[in-house]
Write a protein that binds this ligand. Structure first.
Ligand SMILES: [Zn+2]
Ligand SMILES: [Zn+2]
Length: 436
């Protein structure tokens, strides 16, 4: 039993801190979404799968762009989420705790975009916030096997709560209402130090509320979505707001790092059709390819960073749903593909996609990864495995390790059917001129 919890947790850590692969797309899909940590991520995650060696990347290009946000899901009714605090096991005066939670959630108040409001007496809430012990339900993930887990979000019925969503706070930690100065030993945190960590209620609620709104972790200082609490910001930053606006929209025009999703009218004139994807694709640093990477009949935005792989850079996939609305991101995967080499797309016999590149190296051959239709983990193409090119050249139909055609590469931006309705959208970068 303990073993199964352990293995489930390690899957969660991998999925949500590093791969961010699994997600719920709507309120109605019950799924554990996230576990948030106190300890540095290097202690928690296996090393990232990395195939493409760093020295194949051009040295002069600098570090690859670190993506500003990641997306777990899109929340229906994000503007006006009604919350209620469950007072059981609350380590504080409940009135005080509710005040701290209320002012933390007020930091997510963006008129017309997202907001939280405390449910009145008798009003039905969408979100329960409460303290839970180590094993707090058959389906909700345990905090017990891993004392560094400080909080998580859950959906009903796994959460055991009556509301669609829940934020569960680990009752075995020494919570504080105010910022306290805890000095960490220089050599890192030992096992025994965990019990001395005093998570701040307000800061953790801001982070968990970001998850409720659909944001995943990013390893960037300043973001409230940093997975390690001491590194996370306490107020949503531009990084976090870019994610929120990419999901739920804003009135600001697109800048050069942004991507517009347009429908094209019969006169050929583009009109914005969905929220602008903010801050993910600076020209010259991130390539934007459009193709169906998971064989679901819809095109995805496949972003590929240029430069030296760093944490939070590399290959990032954006998935869209009906109305070309952003639904989730998968990745990023640093170091899998080179941002400066042309990319070919193909498929193996079961339909899984192959992403292939031809490094300029003496031994010849090519480099290819398989992106399974069901999502991560990605894997290297096996020796002798045959694949058919779909676009950009390449292909190895006899599996001899030699490409059938030179990889000329697939194009960037342009037309794509992001929602799979048979009508193509135009995806283009915002222009500097159009920036306010
Ligand atoms: Zn988290
Ligand atoms: Zn829980």
């Amino acid at each position: 039993m303990v073993q199964s919890w352990k293995s489930r947790l390690s899957i969660l850590r991998w999925d949500f801190s590093s791969v961010r692969g699994i997600c719920a797309t709507l309120l109605v899909i019950p799924l554990m979404l996230c576990a948030c940590h106190l300890l540095p991520e290097s202690r928690l995650n296996p090393p990232p799968f990395s195939q493409h060696s760093q020295d194949e990347e051009s040295e002069e290009s600098g570090d690859a762009f670190q993506y500003r946000f990641s997306i777990l899901h899109r929340t229906v009714g994000a503007d006006g989420i009604l919350w209620r605090m469950d007072p059981s096991d609350c380590p504080f005066d409940t009135v005080q705790a509710e005040e701290v939670i209320e002012s933390a959630l007020a930091k997510w108040k963006l008129p017309g975009t997202c907001s939280f409001r405390r449910a009145d007496e008798g009003e039905s809430a969408n979100l329960t916030i409460g303290w839970r012990g180590a094993n707090h339900g058959h389906s909700c993930v345990s905090f017990g096997v891993s004392s560094e887990l400080l909080a998580h979000i859950a959906a009903s019925p796994e959460s055991g709560d009556a509301t669609d969503w829940s934020i569960h706070l680990n009752t075995s930690l020494d919570w504080t209402l105010e910022k306290t100065t805890t000095n960490f030993p220089p050599g890192g945190l030992g096992r025994n130090a965990v019990s001395r960590i005093e998570p701040q209620l307000g800061k953790v609620v801001v982070h968990e509320a970001g998850h409720i709104l659909g944001l995943g972790h990013v390893p960037l200082k300043g973001s409230v979505m940093h997975p390690i609490q001491p590194e996370a910001g306490s107020t949503p930053s531009d990084l976090d707001l870019d994610g929120i606006q990419s999901l739920y929209g804003s009135a600001e025009e697109a800048g050069p790092d942004d991507l517009e999703i347009c429908c094209v009218d019969p006169q050929g004139k583009p009109h914005l059709a969905a929220p602008i994807i903010r801050g993910l694709a600076p020209a010259g640093r991130v390539r934007v390819h459009l193709f169906d990477i998971d064989d679901d009949g819809r095109d995805e935005m496949v972003l590929l960073g240029m430069g030296r792989p760093t944490d939070g850079s590399g290959l990032l996939i954006l998935d869209f749903g009906s109305g070309a609305l952003l639904q989730k991101s998968t990745g990023p995967f640093p170091g899998l593909l080179a941002g400066d080499l042309p990319l070919a797309v193909g498929r193996i016999s079961n339909g899984d996609r192959v992403l292939a590149q031809q490094p300029q190296r003496k031994q010849g051959g090519y480099h290819a990864v398989v992106y399974p239709a069901q999502g991560p983990p990605l894997r290297a193409l096996s020796a002798g495995e045959k694949w058919l090119s779909l676009a950009g050249g390449g292909g190895d139909e006899d599996g001899d390790g030699q490409l059938d055609q030179v990889i000329g590469g697939i194009g960037q931006e342009g037309m794509a059917d992001l929602d799979g309705d048979g009508i193509y959208e135009l995806v283009r970068r915002g222009s500097a001129d159009r920036q306010p």
